[in-house]
Design a protein around this ligand. Structure first.
Ligand code: AMP
Length: 218
């Protein structure tokens, strides 16, 4: 199964992508996670993108396209993948189509998660991320057992720079400015399906699995 997950920051794409990846045994490819891993490792790529990521700006297309191309070339992506956070611009979408053609594969569905800006802001400003392993928590919806400490590895949790309210608003504005073109592009393929990202994660996941049944995807 090959999926693209679209939607504003805080729509729950990452949560659904993780659940889907586990259920269908395919990799969850999040460009945001890859870039943050590189930043944690202080690699050349990490240093190059840190300014953009921390301030909520989009990383230049040519950089993220290269990241995705390299990731899709890995063996575990041969039988399927879930792209989360990519593409974000029409140019990225077009380049992705070209890359997939080179690999002789196609996307099954594009899932578009809609959610209101207030829900996005509430979710992101309450999100806390582990400094070491990157696991996500939420102060209200998914609190860690010990305040400020990761349940998985015991490291400190922090609020991402780009999850601060001012930066979230900027990310949402950037998302809005790119969305119409991207959505129209994928609507034209007949493979776009809209899902409300406002419900609880388990409900959204059940809806998705039902949808895959109807679409004969497994
Ligand atoms: P995310 O975790 O998907 O919200 O991404 C966090 C940040 O990583 C974004 O605000 C951008 O700075 C950068 N980023 C992730 N994916 C992309 C992309 N497809 N194009 C440009 N920048 C991206």
């Amino acid at each position: 199964m090959r999926l693209i997950l679209l939607g504003p920051p805080g729509a729950g794409k990452g949560t659904q992508a993780k659940l889907l990846a586990k259920r269908f045994h395919i990799p969850h490819i999040s460009t945001g996670d890859i870039l943050r891993d590189q930043m944690r490792a202080s690699s050349t790529l990490g240093k190059k993108v840190a300014g953009f990521v921390k301030s909520g700006e989009l990383v230049p297309d040519e950089i993220v396209i290269e990241v995705v191309k390299n990731r899709l070339a890995k063996a575990d992506a041969k039988c399927g993948f879930i792209l989360d956070g990519f593409p974000r611009t029409l140019n990225q979408a077009e380049k992705l189509t070209t890359v997939l053609k080179q690999f002789n594969i196609f996307v099954d569905l594009i899932l578009y998660f809609g959610t209101s800006p207030s829900v996005s802001i509430e979710r992101l400003s309450g999100r806390r991320v582990c400094k070491s392993c990157g696991r996500n928590f939420h102060l209200i919806n998914m609190p860690p057992e010990l305040e400020g400490i990761c349940d998985s590895c015991g490291s400190e949790l922090y609020l991402r720079d780009d999850d601060k309210e001012k930066t979230v608003k900027k990310r949402l504005a950037i998302y809005q400015s790119q969305t119409t073109n991207l959505i129209n592009h994928y609507k034209a393929t007949g493979k776009l399906r809209e899902i409300s990202g406002d419900s609880e994660a388990e409900k959204v996941f059940t809806q998705l699995v039902d949808m895959f049944g109807r679409e004969s995807l497994n």
